[in-house]
Design a protein around this ligand. Structure first.
Ligand SMILES: Nc1ncnc2c1ncn2[C@@H]1O[C@H](COP(=O)(O)OP(=O)(O)OP(=O)(O)O)[C@@H](O)[C@H]1O
Length: 735
């Protein structure tokens, strides 16, 4: 068959698959409406079952919707003459003995599509890529593995290169149609513990980790849908950038959180100084926080008088010390042990009060009378506001925020709790009252929460849960409402059937929030799998917090040690991981750069050498023939020149101007710092003032390396000082 005939056949088959998709989706949506309409459930059990059906059908409808674009993107032909179509989901022919019409890309049968090569064809004679837009097949390209027996259109590298050359959008796309063999191996790796994906910029680490999640959800759905998956990224902008990939693969039940959002009820992106990051990130904080909690279990400097009806008793160091010792001996956490401290104080003070009342006339052997007095005194003490005030002073109920605010707001408390730290560290820890919490405070607050135990936030939590229930119900209805199959006059629309509040009310009997919402609201939730991106930035304290969230240690860790700019971050993976999974973590390298063209990478490689001689630049998979440029301007002309260049560069795709921290320039461009663009990419990148970026002795070279490697097409450098030597390879800007 010639190319046109092959193309026509492909179009016909893909159109048939879309008809099947439409039919399946209509079936699932119709069933969902039927379940929602059904009000017959009366017992909690029946309501629960109904909700399980709603959740299952909602997920099914979502999966069909996600498969809409690029439903089928390839075909493999085996040497035995079998043709297998590969796509975003699996479809079966129910009328024809459940024959497979389309194989989910994650199924074992799809594996050869990704890993067959001329040397190891995996039983294939042909791999065909469909180039599609919306529902249309625009073209086909073949890899032919057995040239003697198969005809074809060679060169499906074209599918990869077309994907890489396509203009970028504001958010990352999935790569399901063009996953490369080295990436596929990691995505499908059968490794139950901690897996590190290490590689240079643009090697697809993030893309691979996200596709691995989709794969794990496919192969271990029961386990993971019970415990959930958490994806941790450096900041909300990064999470927004990657946030569409899993939904586009039909997977929505995943919790995304930036490092500053891992504690329910707190969101921060404020960064500390380098000195504060270093000390707050270090494990010395574990002892410091324990000491800070112990410091809040105080003894009175001078005796506190508690006035009772018949007598005044003194709460002195001795009685307080005894109560404290007994409360501590329970091993309970601070807030949980407070009632024990109180009871022990009351017991000690009661004994004293009875002795005082009976002084001179009450015999020790007169047990009955003593017990009567003791009961009265005990009752009085339990109601005493003076005793309550004293307990608040000696063993206050603490939230993590209050503990840390009191600690870091007081040089004296810092000095008392900080065993091995010097004065520079003390100064770095100091915090003015009312200052924002920082990202480095989050693991400390989390640690403190673990030391303190329960606090009084239950009511707040109940209210926010109620709100989430209503939002969830609204979401279910929206999903139904966007389904065009239901959008005709004969079919009742979902919102006509039930309103969100009623649905939320029904759900209140049991916690029906989707797993992602429940998990995100619960500090003590432990996940079935945790992904950490830009993991080289995490401090020892960050790791401690994350490990608490994943006791089974099923983790995918993504990072590049050469891109570390946090002083508290990882020097090696072993430094961070051996403490938790000694010898039980695997590291896989990605070496091919899919983002940055060879021309740009040649410049960035020299900067990488300045970061550290031990780092190897990744090899670019493509070159564009476009040389990166540099232009020197007078300081007074920087803004106008930049405006002119931005105007001339504007067009399809994305553009970023990356400048040193604290740059203030009246230019019509969105100017970002190297740290803000970490993990992101843009079609055109203009880097400003590289000498200033390099001036930071700690992470200047890393920041410049990160900035240069964001470009997918073109790179330019605009500077007012002489170009640093390591950028000498840049060509002067033309025009
Ligand atoms: N197999 C592939 N097919 C198509 N595009 C790919 C493929 N692999 C990677 N890419 C693209 O390459 C770009 C870089 O990928 P990604 O952001 O995952 O790299 P990274 O290693 O995480 O980079 P960084 O270290 O800078 O964060 C993305 O646009 C991604 O979609």
């Amino acid at each position: 068959m010639g190319y046109e005939a092959e193309l026509a056949a492909a179009r016909e088959h893909v159109a048939f698959l879309y008809r099947r998709l439409d039919a399946e989706r209509a079936l699932a949506a119709g069933e969902l409406v039927r379940v929602l309409r059904d009000n017959s459930a009366t017992t909690p059990e029946e309501r629960w079952q109904r909700q399980v059906s709603v959740d299952r059908l909602t997920a099914r409808v979502q999966r069909f919707q996600a498969a809409e674009s690029g439903l089928c993107f390839g075909r493999i032909d085996s040497s035995k003459g079998q043709r297998t179509y590969i796509g975003r989901i699996g479809l079966l022919d129910e009328e024809n003995d459940y024959v497979s019409l389309l194989v989910d890309w994650r199924a074992p049968a799809a594996r050869p599509f990704y890993c067959a090569t001329a040397a190891t064809p995996e039983g294939l004679v042909r791999r065909r890529h469909f180039h599609t837009r919306e529902r249309s097949v625009l073209g086909i390209a073949d890899d032919v593995f057995d040239l003697a027996n198969a005809e074809g259109t060679p060169g499906s590298d074209g599918a990869l290169l077309a994907a890489l050359d396509a203009p970028r959008e504001a958010t990352m796309r999935d790569i399901v149609a063009t996953i490369q063999a080295e990436q596929d191996e990691i995505i499908r790796l059968d490794h139950r513990g901690v897996l590190v994906i290490q590689g240079g910029p643009g090697t697809g680490k993030t893309a691979v980790a996200l596709h691995r999640i989709a794969y794990l959800l496919y192969t271990q759905r029961r386990r993971l849908s019970r415990w959930g998956v958490l994806v941790i990224g450096p900041n909300p902008a990064f999470l927004h950038y990657i946030g569409n990939v899993l939904p586009s693969l039909g997977e929505t039940d995943v919790v995304f959180a930036a490092m500053g959002e891992l504690l329910p009820g707190l969101r921060t992106s404020t960064e500390d100084s380098a000195a504060a990051k270093r000390v707050k990130g270090s494990l010395v904080m574990v002892e410091m926080l324990a000491a800070a909690v112990a410091d809040r279990q105080e003894l009175p400097e001078v005796p506190i008088e508690i006035e009772l009806e018949d007598v005044v008793v003194e709460l002195d160091r001795e009685v307080a010390a005894q109560a404290r010792e007994r409360a501590r001996a329970t091993g309970l956490r601070h807030n949980d042990a407070r009632p024990i401290f109180r009871d022990q104080l009351i017991a000690g003070l009661t004994e004293r009060a009875v002795d005082k009342i009976g002084e001179g006339w009450l015999e020790p052997a007169d047990h009955a009378l003593r017990a009567e007095f003791a009961a009265d005194v005990c009752r009085e003490l339990s109601r005493s506001s003076q005793l309550r005030t004293a307990i608040d002073l000696l063993w206050p109920e603490l939230t993590p925020q209050r503990l840390l605010a009191d600690l870091f707001g007081s040089p004296a408390r810092i000095a008392a709790a900080a065993g091995g730290l010097d004065e520079v560290d003390h100064a770095a820890l100091y915090r003015e009252k009312g200052d924002d919490w920082t990202v480095s405070d989050v693991p400390l607050l989390d640690e403190a929460a673990g030391l303190l135990g329960t606090d009084g936030g239950a009511e707040q939590r109940a209210e926010s849960e109620r709100r989430e229930q209503a939002e969830y119900a609204e979401g279910v209805l929206q999903i139904l409402d966007t389904d065009e199959e239901l959008d005709n006059e004969e079919t009742l629309r979902a919102v006509d059937v039930i309103d969100p509040e009623r649905l939320a009310e029904r759900n209140l009997e049991r916690d029906h929030r989707c797993l992602a919402q429940r998990a995100a609201a619960d500090r003590e939730w432990t996940y079935g799998h945790v992904v950490v991106d830009e993991a080289q930035e995490l401090s020892e304290m960050d790791w401690r917090m994350i490990m608490r969230r994943c006791p089974n240690r099923s983790m995918t860790i993504v990072g590049d040690l050469a891109q570390r700019n946090s002083p508290a971050g990882a020097r090696s993976w072993a430094d961070m991981l051996d403490r938790y999974v000694p010898g039980r973590w695997a590291c896989h390298q990605l070496t091919v750069n899919y983002r940055t063209p060879a021309e740009v990478m040649a410049i960035a490689a020299k900067v990488l050498a300045a970061v550290g001689a031990e780092f190897q630049p990744p090899e670019s998979v493509r070159s564009t023939g476009i040389q990166p440029w540099a232009q020197r301007v007078d300081p007074g002309e920087l803004a106008t020149t930049l405006n002119r260049i931005v105007r001339s560069e504007s067009g399809e795709g994305t553009l970023a101007v990356i400048a040193p921290e604290d740059t203030e320039l009246a230019a019509n461009a969105d100017i970002r710092t190297p740290r803000q663009v970490k993990g992101l990419e843009f079609d055109r990148v203009i880097v400003l003032e590289p000498h200033q970026i390099l001036a930071d002795p700690e992470h200047g070279a890393v920041d410049l390396y990160v900035a240069l490697t964001r470009a997918t097409q073109r790179l330019g450098v605009l500077h007012t000082e002489p170009l640093p030597d390591i950028l000498a390879g840049l060509s002067p800007r033309q025009g």
